[in-house]
Design a binder for this molecule. Structure first.
Ligand code: ADP
Ligand code: MG
Length: 322
């Protein structure tokens, strides 16, 4: 290695642009970081790993990888209503490639700056390209948004539009020779998802259950239903589809992407109708579309209708992790 591990960490991971968070008593450089929460706060912790060729195409740029890695982690904090403050990084790289590290650290720094985060520690090893981030957020005691609070009669909402990221991934794996503006938009939604951090924070007093959409709407909504011991009815004609997605495929295919394609990192949440008007008023200032797509029911299971007709997924699209 041209650079020692110490030099590498100092040069690429200790820069000011990665040190934007509060409460850091001792950051990178000792055996542990020392971090201060404020009185009355709890720590929310989450971790995500991305493996080259599995979670991103092998030819993805270092900057996009850094951005997406941190965005996916921040999305988990958003779904709890936590405010991100610190993160740690486990970096496994096949060799020391300075321009790759430079790009990767720039991708991280963009989000670290935007959300006031500090990189406070990590580990660096040699091996097949694998990246793990653990994010730490803070939240007033008892105010975290969980998956288990949905109740019959609650309305089900999603933010943004769904399916764009899955369509972007398909383009990344099979790039056309000439990228249209629509293609670029979809690719951007895959590589640069928007973690809904402020939305999560604003939802604290209103939402009965929240999850971020990482595995696809249906799979993730099932997590809310299982944890809450409830069922749901969905009106699929309301599922928000972007004009860009609809420009590249028939409506039915776009809908299937939205229902089962993952990694949109939008929020899916439930709200008691009594809190709905206040919630909508409060979240208006974010200027992110919010769409009501269904209702929580006592009867368990998920029932779906499209334009008034009962709808079921093609069998091969059942959602399973393994
Ligand atoms: P130790 O052997 O005590 O685990 P290391 O030599 O691995 O310490 O790391 C030295 C310091 O650099 C520690 O504070 C560690 O948290 C930090 N560090 C190591 N790798 C990274 C990385 N990829 N990003 C950020 N900090 C890192
Ligand atoms: Mg170590």
């Amino acid at each position: 290695m041209a650079l020692s591990e110490f030099d590498l960490i100092h040069r690429f991971f200790q820069s000011e642009s990665l040190q934007c968070g509060q409460g850091v008593i001792l950051g990178i450089g000792d055996d542990c970081a020392l971090l201060n929460l404020r009185p009355g706060e709890q720590l929310a912790v989450s971790m995500d790993t991305m493996v080259s060729g599995v979670h991103f195409p092998v030819d993805a740029t270092a900057e996009d990888i850094g951005y997406r890695l941190l965005a996916a982690n921040l999305s988990d904090l958003a779904a709890m209503g936590a405010e991100p403050v610190w993160f740690t990084l486990a970096l496994t790289i096949p060799s020391v490639n300075e321009s790759w590290l430079e790009g990767f650290s720039r991708g991280l720094a963009q989000l670290a700056g935007e959300f006031h985060l500090s990189l406070v520690g990590g580990d660096t090893t040699r091996g097949p390209l694998t990246l793990t981030v653990q994010v730490h957020g803070r939240i007033p005691v008892g105010q975290a948004l969980r998956r288990d609070g949905a109740y019959a009669g609650d309305h089900i909402y999603v933010s943004g539009s769904l399916g764009d990221s899955a369509a972007g991934l398909a383009l990344a794996l099979n790039p056309p020779s000439l990228l249209s503006a629509t293609d670029s938009y979809l690719l951007e939604r895959f590589y640069r998802p928007t973690p809904r951090v402020e939305m999560g924070r604003l939802l604290r007093p209103y939402a009965s259950a929240v999850i971020d959409i990482s595995d696809g709407l249906l799979g993730d909504l099932q997590h809310i239903l299982q944890r809450s011991h409830m069922g749901a009815e969905l009106e699929l004609q309301h599922v928000p589809l972007s004009e860009q997605l609809l420009a590249t495929m028939p409506r039915q295919d776009a809908l299937l992407k939205a229902l089962t394609g993952g990694e949109d990192f939008e929020l899916c949440f439930t709200v008691n109708p009594a809190d709905e008007a206040n919630m909508l008023r409060e979240l208006q200032r974010l200027q992110v579309p919010l769409t009501r797509i269904g209702t929580i029911t006592h009867r368990t299971g998920l029932r779906m209708a499209l334009d008034g007709e009962e709808f079921s997924l093609p069998a091969h699209l059942g959602f399973q992790h393994f």
